[in-house]
Design a protein around this ligand. Sequence first.
Ligand code: 6IA
Length: 140
Amino acid sequence: MKIYFAGSIRGGRDHKALYLEIINQLAEYGKVLTEHIGYADLDEFGESATTDDKTIHDRDLDWVREADVLVAEVTQTSLGVGYEIAKAEEWDKPILVLYHGPDPRRLSPMIAGSRATIAHYSDPSELPQLLKRFFDNLGL
Ligand code: 6IA
């Protein structure tokens, strides 16, 4: 099982510790292709010093295509994460969207109304069960 985890980078890194926690839990279900999303030292500018945007874009889309599922944490709004969700939907991948904003109605209708499975949680302690339910239901 190859898992693409999507989380905000240039959209802001406020939740990077949470991304790392999710990535560690996802590792129980398969190979996470995007472990760098949780790196504490990856800031809004880091990798762009050595890698140009087209290279990042093309590499990430190759990984979305290669992945069996996409899991996205969308609480921190990110253009890139929204774009990756749209691509995964276009390519018929199962998608789990995790959102822990105070009000589920704040989530964009373009995500909330998509084919993705939306999981609204109020505390990270709920994540193991949410992930288990999603992967159990995949039947892959
Ligand atoms: O618009 P955002 O940057 O917030 O989009 C975040 C999403 O785009 C993540 O799910 C990543 O898969 C992807 N992404 C954005 N930037 C990068 C990146 N390096 N490396 C890998 N994936 C990325 C650029 C890093 C940055 C420090 C400039």
